[in-house]
Write a protein that binds this ligand. Structure first.
Ligand code: PLP
Length: 854
């Protein structure tokens, strides 16, 4: 039997404790230790049981305790102080990034993401992508950036991991109660839940919206799990990365198209859309459709406007990470949509195809996003390069270096990831600015001033805390599994709080090679069996529920960890999440990462570790390829970032390198103790890493970079193109049509170079040519000298471009152009001449896909 109606029964909070709600309903607690202290000191056990969720926590407090608290002057004082600091934070208007002439009642940027990792108690993330999105919001909040987040609220989140007795990963899906989370349902003026209707293949989907306040930034999460919807529709927001391909498509429709509708019903009209990963690319599409419908402009003008003000970040070079949908599936959901937009379905499909003429090609969300945005970036320098190669086919005819995908290296939000104990040390020696201005060299230079002994003692305390945490988790796990008393007791002997501790935690995707360390088991066993100078390992990570290969890796690893020889030296922690990550990145001595180059786009867990003085040891992939210094002075490299054809051979070579590093470098250095039992060389390395890497690999630097190179330009483009009833957008679209018609006749001839005999570095070489403009004017094009070094196969290895000036016209109507270039280094050098379309409002001359080479 089911009840007719259900209620959430909450405690009666005494009046003078009401301000606690304002602390509970802002995720600022995720990076503010004072708020966490305030709650946890009320009742540490209940706080733990609530999973660090202040709303659930308050609702759990017994009425007597509330009455007690309401009479506790000391507590009330602390509460008032904390509430005031929140109000001060929220009230501050100072911003590092200005948007000229903006409407201050409106956000400038909407940040769309499939997942967000803000705190462990809002489990709507799976891994790095989500945590990055969470850190982006937090840094945007600290920088007072006018940004809102848009995402989905999954009732079952990502799965929780547990292991069967034979170490096979199983999944649990607890159902979360949003009423018990720091989320508020958005209401309309009449005080009823705000809802809107999304059309999904003719089915009307009712969507409601939850608001998460993340400091000064609002995150809006869509939810279809309501009684008005039939079961199959409610399922849409049940699981992150659950379900089949069609479910993924529907969820992405909800995120992109639904997200734009949500902003609309919320009365928000951001000018810049940031699509974080291809999942949200339909947002760009919906933006085009809305411009056409609401502003009555053409598809072409709407596309220009959209692309000029959209930002897209791609996050993975692994093919499976880039969603592709078969054309017939797309047809079922988008045929009517394309008709609404007034474009043929084939043209529509071309937006998501690398080769628009290939009817068999599936529809790729990454390609769609690349086409709908003029600001595309990868998430590390190396990943930028890899992405240009990977998506070159979207811009055929263009040399690799010209593929318009840049790089903004990820960063982590320091105040969230730095341990409270370490933060106290930073407050004292770096000053409070390490929280607000972490991308300042001057701040981190003071790391040198931290006394060795204090830094080391703090670090050791964090290692002890980690070991304690591991034992507690193991005990809980064993108890749950019904292990015998003796076994449970033995959990207390696991690990040595004073031993060199290596951490490895991440998703068990195959390319991350969690088993690299297991390549030579006898060597590994020898390494961990030493009683003098001991070394120990802590592992954690989930495999995707459908990834049996990943599950097999976990099984192999866990079975090894459970053998008597390894039991106390190697531990696998189940159910890796932000909570486990926090203990690990703060308490290990070394953070190990072993991705197969170049498949790790960036990697961020190592940055979290680094911010706590944990040294990094990794293959030269992602961020480490740009952070690493060649003499190992900041941390260690496994190999030199080589690519291999024979992967088995690569695993062998790199695992041997890793064992050598551990045996010959890490262990001796860690145990080389001087006066006061301090490892001086090790400590020097910790400080140097903080000093050099601290100012760079943080969220503030990252968000400011997005603001400077993408948000601000996109914002002014939008204003420019939209002014005077979209005059420039319309003109640009018109111009584009003309170019498209005339371009086939554009040609180059008579390229001549006048060089001063033998060419010396820095000497100018003059170049002339004649161009048939075929009805276009010299202002419609850029004629460029494209020059650079040439390799033995005659291919450009680098390039510079120099535009040429229009001169007179030949008798047969061709326009002469001339210019010059200077070879910048000795060696084989070459040049070519090309013509590209050019227009003051055209951000990227490549976006038309037009080019003519001599
Ligand atoms: C930081 C983090 C990640 C991402 O780590 P990578 O090094 O990028 O693999 C994944 N999961 C959790 C829980 C994290 O905190």
């Amino acid at each position: 039997m089911k009840p007719i109606q259900t209620y959430s029964v909450v405690p009666k909070l005494p009046k003078n404790l009401k301000p606690l709600w304002s602390l509970a309903y802002n995720f600022w607690f995720a990076w503010n230790d004072r708020i966490v202290d305030l709650f946890s000191r009320i009742d540490a056990r209940l706080w733990r049981e609530s999973g660090g969720n202040p709303v659930a926590f308050i609702n759990m407090l017994p009425q007597e305790m509330l009455v007690d608290l309401s009479n506790d002057e000391l507590f009330l004082d602390r509460m008032t102080e904390t509430v005031e600091s929140l109000s001060a934070y929220l009230g501050s208007t100072a911003s590092a990034v200005e948007f000229k002439g903006r409407d201050t009642s409106q956000p400038v940027i909407a940040y769309f993401s499939f997942e967000f990792g803000i705190t462990p108690c809002l489990p709507i993330y799976s891994g790095g992508l989500g945590i990055l999105a969470g850190d982006h919001l937090k840094s945007a909040s600290d920088l007072n950036l006018p940004l809102v987040g848009v995402g989905l609220c999954y009732t079952q989140g990502y799965f929780r991991q547990y292991l069967t007795p034979d170490a096979w990963q199983n999944e649990r899906y607890p159902v979360y109660d949003f009423e018990q989370m720091p989320l508020t349902e958005v209401m309309n003026e009449a005080g009823e839940p705000l809802k809107f209707l999304l059309d999904l293949r003719g089915q009307k989907v009712v969507v409601r919206i939850w608001k998460a306040a993340v400091g000064r930034v609002n995150l809006y999460l869509m939810d279809t799990n309501i009684t008005e919807n039939p079961p199959e529709v409610r399922e849409l927001t049940t699981r992150l990365y659950g379900g089949d391909l069609e479910m993924r498509l529907k969820q992405e429709v909800l995120l992109g198209i639904g997200g734009m509708m949500a902003l609309d019903v919320l009365g928000l009209s951001p000018t810049v859309i940031h699509m974080n990963e291809g999942h949200s690319a339909f947002a760009g599409l919906e933006r085009i459709r809305r411009f056409m419908q609401d502003r009555d402009i053409s598809f072409e003008a709407a596309s220009e406007l959209t692309a000029s003000s959209c930002v897209f970040t791609t996050h993975t070079p692994v093919p499976a990470g880039n969603d592709r949908f078969p054309p017939d599936l797309m047809q079922r959901y988008f045929e009517g949509y394309a008709r609404d937009m007034g474009i043929a379905f084939k043209v529509f499909l071309a937006l998501g195809r690398e080769d628009p003429r290939d009817d068999a090609e599936s529809f790729c969300m990454t390609v769609l996003a690349l086409r709908l945005s003029r600001f595309n970036n990868g998430v590390s320098k190396l990943h930028g390069e890899v992405s240009r190669k990977m998506w070159q086919r979207v811009w055929p005819q263009f040399p690799l270096q010209d593929v318009p995908i840049g790089a903004i290296t990820n960063g982590v939000h320091h105040p969230s990831w730095v341990a409270a104990d370490m933060a106290v040390l930073y407050d004292r020696f770096l000053g409070a600015n390490w929280r607000e201005d972490p991308d300042c060299d001057r701040v981190w230079r003071n790391a040198d001033a931290i006394p060795d002994s204090e830094l080391w003692r703090t670090h050791e305390r964090l290692r002890e805390r980690l070991v304690d945490f591991v034992r507690m988790r193991l005990r809980a796990e064993l108890t749950e599994r019904g292990a015998r008393y003796k076994e449970i007791e033995a959990a207390d002997d696991v690990l040595d709080p004073g031993a060199l501790t290596i951490g490895f935690a991440r998703r068990f995707a195959t390319y991350k090679r969690a088993n690299l360390l297991l390549q030579d088991k006898s060597r590994l066993l020898k390494l961990i069996s030493r009683t003098e100078r001991p070394i120990q390992f802590i592992f954690a990570g989930k495999a995707h529920p459908k990834d049996n290969e990943g599950k097999r890796l976990i099984q192999e690893l866990v079975q090894l960890c459970r053998t008597p020889k390894c039991r106390n030296k190697m531990v696998f922690l189940t159910d890796y999440d932000m909570d486990v990550a926090e203990y690990m990145v703060q308490g290990c001595d070394v953070w190990l990462n072993t991705p197969r180059v170049p498949l790790e786009a960036c990697g961020t867990s190592g940055m979290k570790a680094m911010a706590n003085g944990v040294l990094h040891c990794s293959t030269l992939d992602g961020w480490w390829a740009e952070a690493y210094e060649s003499n190992n002075s900041l941390g260690w490299a496994i190999g030199m970032g080589e690519y291999y054809d024979d992967l088995e051979h690569q695993d062998f070579v790199e695992s041997q390198t890793l064992y050598n590093l551990l045996e010959n470098d890490l262990v001796p250095e860690f145990y080389e103790r001087g006066h006061g039992n301090l490892p001086r060389t090790w400590i020097r390395r910790m400080k140097k890493a903080l000093l050099k890497l601290g100012p760079v690999f943080n969220g503030h630097r990252m968000v400011e970079e997005y603001a400077k190179v993408a948000y601000r330009p996109a914002y002014s483009n939008y204003n420019d193109l939209a002014a005077d009833n979209f005059a420039k957008a319309k003109a640009l679209a018109q111009w584009r049509m003309e170019i498209m018609t005339c371009w086939h006749g554009v040609e180059i001839r008579n390229v001549v170079s006048r060089e001063p005999g033998q060419v010396h570095v820095g000497e100018a070489i003059e170049v002339d040519c004649e161009v048939n403009l075929n009805g276009l004017t010299a202002e419609d094009v850029t004629v460029e000298i494209y020059s650079g070094g040439v390799d033995h196969e005659g291919v450009f290895t680098d390039r510079r471009t120099k535009s040429m000036e229009p001169r007179d016209t030949t008798d047969d109507g061709w326009r002469r152009f001339s210019g010059m270039f200077k070879p910048s280094s000795p060696g084989r050098y070459g040049f070519n001449v090309r013509v590209l379309p050019s227009h003051a409002n055209l951000l990227d001359s490549h976006s038309l896909g037009l080019i003519r080479w001599a």
